[in-house]
Design a protein around this ligand. Sequence first.
Ligand code: UD1
Ligand code: MG
Length: 470
Amino acid sequence: MENIPNEQKTLDVLILAAGLGTRMRSNLAKVLHKLDGRPLINHVCRTATALAPRKVYVVIGHQGEDVKSAVLEELTSEHAEFVWQNEQLGTGHAVNSAREFLENEDSTLLVLSGDVPMIRAETLAALVQQHRAHRGKGAACTILTVKLDDPAGYGRIVRGDAGLFDRIVEQKDASEDERKIKEINSGIYCFDTRKLFRALSSVKNENAQGEYYLTDVPTLLRNEGEDISLYHHSDSNEIEGINNRVQLAEMERVLRRRVLKKMMLDYGVTFIDPYNSYVSAEAQIGRDTVIFPNVSIEGTTEIGDGCIIRAGTRITNSKVGHGVEIRDHCVIVDSEIGNGCQVGPFAHLRPQSRMEDESHVGNFVEMKKSVLGRKSKANHLTYLGDATIGEKTNIGAGTITCNYDGVNKHATSIGNNVKISSNTMLVAPVKIGDGAVTGAGSVVIKDVEPNTLVVGVPAKVIKTLNEEEN
Ligand code: UD1
Ligand code: MG
């Protein structure tokens, strides 16, 4: 049986994610609660992927289909294998659900918890390495442990003679003395896959919670004469589990501080009030950019150098160039802003909006799926939807692209050097040629030729403009 040397065994990962998470007091499964804008399970899957395992098995149950979708945002379907655990009878029972896939595999199995999201790939790699190298032949099980000042809620590591592993005792089953132990089980382990499944068959549910505990497996293996190794880690933040919303909020805070510190020290970003600034761990911000209070930079947003982002703005999955000023209370989602642009206050860039270099979008302007060309301006009270606007064009106050006829959306195209006067309605589909001018209050229902002045309701051609006039 033992033909493959430990260090050459394939690595598989198993993630436990079937529980509801009663202590969250939520209708949403625990692993779908978000940390840094992404479900907890996504963090664990991304970390697992960094180890390049053969396969990642995910045990799902509560809201399993939604958990599956979240996992597939991080893993390809050929790397992910879903295992249903329809009744949640404990972590041992959860692992046992994968028996048919794994019990005969001569592999190393890394078991992770879907509710322990901060663990780093480097730590896991070190755990796997110790597991494989233990006493030259490898251990049957290696447990990642850590010491906590407040170990309440976790399983405690009971060490016996010579500091060797004796057993794990859950908080609810622990004696008063055992509860004083500060070394805890992180819920992260490495197993010899076949030995794990062999021992799992003997796990009983005779404990305070009436559950099949995975934590009983190491003791069973030890009793069979197998080696159990403990990998003690020093960074307790990494192994903290999320069981309630207080822990979730605390972890969000720790992560936020870490990201902001890195932005300040490594990237040279100024935060006027770092305690009230929110930046995703996936975002990038350039040198000498200044972030005012209550700004949220979400998702994979990239912001260039020397920008100013004023108070109350939210930017999600967007790209912002260099030297951009985004004034107070703007919302920018899935959009692109070129170099030297000005935005806001109170502007709304909805998905697929693009502002080219040095363009301006001002107060109470909404853009959706539109392009505003280089040096063009839409400064006041305007809606630009499904519109393409050329260079050096001015969109007057109160202009509306009437893009929706009640059934379909239609496009508006506006050329270069156009003057759209205040309160113009552009009834799409419509094209305005280069150098054209509309009069204030015009309702444009037909295409306008280049260098032409149109006025009225509906707008009529008044004259063709010569070069000095436009
Ligand atoms: C578990 C450990 C504990 C450890 C702690 C670390 C056991 C018995 N206890 O306790 O020693 O200190 O993690 O965070 O293992 N799950 C399932 N199916 C089930 C039960 C749980 O998939 O039937 C999943 C949960 O969704 C969760 C993970 O397993 O992602 C851990 O379960 P949880 O109930 O949070 O265990 P803890 O009480 O935290
Ligand atoms: Mg837990």
